[in-house]
Design a binder for this molecule. Structure first.
Ligand code: PBG
Length: 335
């Protein structure tokens, strides 16, 4: 018994004493339903190519993709984000909206087999253009200039092609101004009012996309993306961009990358009433894998780093997380 008049003694360890107790008082829940699995889809059959800078990740043809998704579904992972790797590229990136484009075919194949799989399609052109920029390049000039409005027209065509194939959400990631409004208009006009938009509203000009550009063959052949992606120093601008996209009809909005921008996630969460998505990007994944391979993290506990990281993104306020760690995390959560 406490002596009368003395202060109560705070003993937080009382709540940490056993696994059962820790589970009871855990503030942040993490389940496979919160994770979206990114996949890189190739033309052809039977193809499975390892991505050197992203150990454990592969570029796969559609038949192999279906095998991956079957396995993921057993683990409770019910959503997919598709990136297409077309066999042919051109200056506009026209394979992005071709009816037989690789992403359109992949979506159809997934939806035929599992109508309830939630499919997000990346809606950008850098994997499809010969120059690797996220839209149509204006001729001339010393600095790279992506023609915003010409690109918007291609974004509309691509959104409709992806919706027609069966995508649940199109995900514009090219940071063109006015993309959400343009997509909403095009989808509604073509009878796809039930197709949603996941807007990459706050996408920073980050160094952490490096491995992805290898994986997707989408590195700019000249210049960089700083004229259209957000400056890493800005947080207020991100809040404005996220609010704007929600007003224009985005069903979900994204902050990307996740780890260097947890403050942005935490600040925006109370201001928004739509699901907030964070992208735990390729460079963030590669850093963990590199350290694990050197034994610099707790070697016996592969995937503990991933769980700690993804939990931190949820704790900051993200509802959903796109992560290359999804399968290893789901395996561990299930086990
Ligand atoms: C394309 C796009 C990028 C990523 C997703 N969509 C890269 C970029 O802007 O160069 C990065 C994803 C990752 O790094 O995992 N606009």
């Amino acid at each position: 018994m406490r002596k009368q008049g003395s202060l109560p003694v705070s003993r937080p360890r009382r709540l940490r004493a056993s696994e059962a107790l820790r589970r009871m008082v855990r503030e942040t829940a993490l389940s496979p339903a919160h994770l979206i699995v990114p996949s890189f889809v190739l033309e052809g059959r039977g193809a499975r190519r390892a991505i050197a800078s992203m150990p454990g990740q592969f570029q796969v043809s559609i038949d192999e993709l279906l095998k991956d998704i079957a396995r993921q579904r057993e683990l409770g992972l019910l959503s997919t984000l598709l990136f297409g790797l077309p066999a042919k590229k051109d200056a506009a990136g026209s394979q992005a909206w071709a009816p037989s484009g690789v992403v359109q075919r992949a979506v159809r194949a997934i939806k035929t087999q599992w109508p309830d799989q939630v499919v997000f399609t990346d809606l950008c052109f850098c994997e499809y253009t010969s120059h690797g920029h996220c839209g149509v390049i204006r001729p001339g000039g010393k600095t790279v200039s992506v023609d915003n409005d010409a690109t918007l027209r291609n974004i509309q065509k691509t959104a409709v092609a992806q919706a027609r194939a069966g995508a649940d959400f199109v995900a514009p990631s090219g940071m063109m101004d006015g993309a959400v409004a343009a997509i909403r208009t095009a989808l509604d006009k073509n009878g796809f009012s039930s197709t949603g938009i996941l807007a990459y509203s706050a996408k920073y000009a980050s160094v952490f996309y490096g491995p992805f550009r290898d994986a997707a063959g989408s590195a700019p052949q000249f210049g960089d993306r700083r004229a259209y992606q957000m400056d890493p120093s800005n947080a207020r601008e991100a809040l404005r961009a996220l609010r704007h996209d929600v007003e224009k009809g985005a069903d979900m909005v994204m902050v990307k990358p996740a780890l260097s921008y947890l403050d942005v996630i935490a600040r925006i969460r109370p201001e928004l009433d739509v699901p907030l998505v964070a992208y735990n990007v390729s460079g963030e994944y590669a850093m963990v894998k590199a350290a694990e391979s050197k034994g610099w993290l707790d070697g016996a506990a592969t995937s503990r780093a991933a769980i700690e990281i993804v939990t931190s993104i949820r704790r900051a306020g993200a509802d959903l997380i796109i992560t290359y760690h999804a399968v290893e995390i789901a395996q561990r959560l299930g086990g």
